[in-house]
Ligand binder design. Sequence first.
Ligand code: FES
Length: 64
Amino acid sequence: MYVCMCYGITDKSIASVVKNQGVGNIRELRQHLELGDQCGKCIQMAQEVIDSTIIDDSLFKEVC
Ligand code: FES
């Protein structure tokens, strides 16, 4: 699913950066991916993807 239409950034791209680079917020995410500086409509959804990826990861670690 596309999160940022201006730059063609998907939720999978964001989740990958969160998991592999330890990104936890939009400021850190923008150091790795170009998004949010055209129309800005993707910022809220990008934060939701970051949050849900972190929550999914922490749940997975507790199971193991
Ligand atoms: S949708 Fe991301 S900057 Fe426009």
